[in-house]
Write a protein that binds this ligand. Sequence first.
Ligand code: HSE
Length: 416
Amino acid sequence: MKNKPSDIRLGIFGFGCVGQGLYDVLQTIEAAGIEVAKICVKDKEKLRSLPSSAFTYNPQELLQDESITILAELISDAEDAYGIVKQALQAGKTIVSANKKMLATHLPELLELQQKYKGTLLYEAAVGGSIPIIRILESYYSSEPLQQVSGILNGSSNFILSKMEAEGLSYTCALQQAQELGFAEADPALDVGGFDSVNKLCLIIAHAFGVSVKPEQVLRFGIDSITEHDLKFAERIGARIRLVATAVVDSGDQLYVRVLPALVSEQSELYRVTNETNGVTIAPVFAGEQFLKGRGAGSHPTGSAVWADVSAALSGYRYVYPKADTRAIALSKEYKINLYLRCPSSLVLPAADFIELNKISESEGVAYYTASIESETLKSLSAYLAAERIFMAEITPAQAHNIALKNCNTEAVVYS
Ligand code: HSE
């Protein structure tokens, strides 16, 4: 065990999937030279892989220990995580966090605290698992304007989608596997409902575009109402369904953000992103498009990202949010989205809400549509669509055209 006395003492909050992953990484990397002071956990009854002397149940034991050099907050409860990170920053400490929900909700306040008390907050492990996306946006693309950052940011939902499509697993069985493998959140509704991707997208946007976007401002729809009908439909048009997070800036500096299932064609890099892997496309103005792919969830990939943060923070690295205040980018609300929709044939969709709604086909009590709709209307309609277990996915205008061509019996319900 390399947990020998050292000048560098690390306090860890949480010993779940990520905490254990960090611990394993530290045990393996000889050069780490770090002493784990204590690990703070909540559950006194839970069986642990380390002796009880390694643990404390009192967060203050770590937060008030002046001999601790750096803290790692790796718990799943967003409120508790907020309390820990806030107190650490108010004391000017260095802390790394993997809690994307907490970070996306409180980022502006945490950055103010970081500035005021001269502490350090890093959170690479909160976005894209082992993909060093924040570091790349911060450092490499600090001075080149970006047009787009988009991709798959949730390992669990991608795992579910690929297991359903490749192995014919049921949604429930695939979700259970994602939970057993430690990919899913304590509340998996955060994964499959798209909330986790939204939180990660908000963090990306802060670094890529210098804009503060609140999670509730992001148009969001999840994959939880998907059935094999949708997978078959996607296959018929040569596509796969992925949960895609998108942030695009147009030439007028309007920012468009959303997390929606999408029908991705074979030409898309995302088509070949399977299981818990995440994949992110960065589109800089001059460098040309780049695609990063890597493990998006899991104990060791995420533990590795936490260790990268700990190590960087110890070398004095801090985020500078290089794009803040460089461009007058504004969050756009109204834009048109093209969709695929599937629902029971007995259901009458609220046609007046759509710009266009075309029934593509109908069989065995299931109706398939293509549609276009204003983003704000879709946002207000999404709770109704989710409650009715309707599935929808974004399609490109070219896909909408091809679907119409392949289904000559298209019946125009609304056209304006
Ligand atoms: N539940 C998350 C996911 C864990 O599935 O992507 C990694 O952030």
